[in-house]
Design a protein around this ligand. Structure first.
Ligand SMILES: [Mg+2]
Length: 342
C-alpha cells in the first residue's frame, strides 16, 4: 500500500460561529491510499476542540507511511485493527485512513460501502443545515438563505438563546434542532427544553460540557422536555455504553470515533440499547461527507451539511442539497478528487 497525503485549505461561504469561536477557512487533510492499481480517498479536518491540527494529522499519517508500504491490504476492518495500535492518539488520522480503505475496498470489489453492509438506499433521512451564531437579524438572514432546507440546526450558547429560537421560529416552518456545544447548565437546559418544546424544536444536542458530572447529565436526561443527543460526550465506541441512561441518542462522527469501521459497530451498539442514532460532520469536503453518508440508511437523524457550507472544495461525491442526500454513485464511497485541490 502507498499513502499520499494532501493538505487543503477550503474557504467557507459565510463565517461560521459556534459557542467556542469562529472560522472563515477550513484546513483539511485528504489522503489517497493506493494498492494494486486502485486508490481510495479519505479526509480528516482540523479541529481545535479535539486538538487536531492539519499539521498534527499529517505528522501522524507520515509516521505510518513507511510501515504501510509493507502491509498487504485485505479489508478495511483488518487494516483498522493494525492501524489503531499506531494511531491510538490520533483518531482523526485513523478516520482518514479508514475511509480511504473502505473506498479502496469498494472499488476493488465493485460495491458501494452501504451495499457491502447490506443496506439499500431507501428511507434515507434528510440532512439538516446549520445556522451559526450571530446577531438575531444575521441569523434570520442566514436562515432565509437556506430556504428549501426542511431541517435547520441552530448553534446556541449565547445569552439570547430563547429570543433566537423565537425569532427563527417566526421566520421559518422548517424543523428546528438546536446544538448548544456544551454551553449550558442543567437549569438552563431544562428551562430551554420546556420553552423550545412549545416552539416545536425536535431535539437538543450536547447541552452540558462533555465532562459534566454524571448526576447532572442524569437530571437533564430525566427532566428535559426534549430528547438530548450526545455529541462531545460520545466520541469513541466505549462512550455509547456510557451514554445509555444519560442521553436519548448519539451523534456519531467519523473523525471522533476513528472511521467507518467503528462507526458501524457504534450503530449496532446504539440500536441494541434503543438509543437514537445520528451522523454528524465537521466542516469538511465531499470526501468525508461521502464516507459518512454510507451510514445514512440506518440512521434516525442526519447532519451532513459540512460540504454545503464551503465556497468551493476539492472533490465531487455525495451531494446534500436542500436536505436531500444524493445516492452515492460509483463504488466505494462514491467520490472523486477534482484535478485541482481547491
Ligand atoms: Mg454538535
Amino acid at each position: 500500500m502507498r499513502l499520499e497525503i494532501n493538505r487543503v485549505e477550503m474557504p467557507l461561504r459565510n463565517v461560521f460561529r459556534i459557542s467556542r469561536g469562529e472560522i472563515s477557512v477550513q484546513e483539511t487533510v485528504i489522503v489517497q491510499l493506493y494498492d494494486n492499481g486502485e486508490s481510495g480517498l479519505g479526509e480528516a479536518t482540523q479541529s481545535s476542540y479535539y486538538t487536531h491540527s492539519a499539521d498534527s494529522i499529517i505528522d501522524s499519517l507520515k509516521q505510518l507511511e513507511q510501515e504501510l508500504r509493507e502491509w498487504e491490504f485485505t479489508t478495511p476492518e483488518a487494516l483498522w485493527e493494525v492501524a489503531e495500535e499506531r494511531l491510538a492518539n490520533d483518531y482523526f488520522a485513523l478516520s482518514a485512513l479508514d475511509q480511504a480503505a473502505h473506498d479502496l475496498y469498494g472499488k476493488r470489489h465493485r460495491t458501494s460501502v452501504f451495499e457491502r453492509k447490506g443496506m439499500n438506499w431507501h428511507n434515507v433521512p434528510q440532512s439538516s443545515i446549520t445556522v451559526s451564531i450571530a446577531s438575531i437579524p444575521q441569523m434570520i438572514e442566514e436562515l432565509q438563505g437556506f430556504a428549501g432546507w426542511p431541517i435547520i440546526k441552530v448553534k446556541l450558547g449565547t445569552s439570547d438563546d430563547l429570543a433566537i429560537i423565537q425569532a427563527l421560529r417566526d421566520s421559518s416552518d422548517a424543523v428546528i434542532r438546536v446544538d448548544a456545544n456544551c454551553a449550558w447548565t442543567v437549569e438552563e437546559t431544562i428551562r430551554n427544553s420546556i420553552e423550545f418544546a412549545s416552539l416545536g424544536v425536535e431535539f437538543i444536542e450536547q447541552p452540558l460540557p462533555a465532562d459534566a458530572p454524571v448526576a447532572s447529565k442524569r437530571v437533564v436526561f430525566e427532566e428535559s422536555a426534549l430528547p438530548i443527543i450526545a455529541d462531545e460526550s460520545c466520541q469513541r465506541e466505549d462512550d455509547v455504553r456510557e451514554c445509555d441512561g444519560l442521553f436519548h441518542g448519539i451523534n456519531i462522527k467519523l473523525c471522533k470515533c476513528g472511521g467507518l469501521t467503528p462507526a458501524f459497530r457504534m450503530l449496532d451498539e446504539a440500536n441494541s440499547r434503543g438509543l437514537k442514532t445520528m451522523v454528524g460532520c465537521m466542516i469538511e469536503s465531499e470526501v468525508a461527507i461521502s464516507a459518512a453518508a454510507q451510514l445514512a440508511p440506518r440512521l434516525d437523524y442526519v447532519d451532513l451539511d459540512g460540504a454545503a457550507l464551503l465556497a468551493r472544495q476539492p472533490a465531487q461525491g455525495v451531494k446534500v442539497q436542500h436536505g436531500k442526500i444524493s445516492r452515492p454513485s460509483g463504488f466505494g464511497c462514491g467520490v472523486t478528487l477534482n484535478t485541482t485541490l481547491v
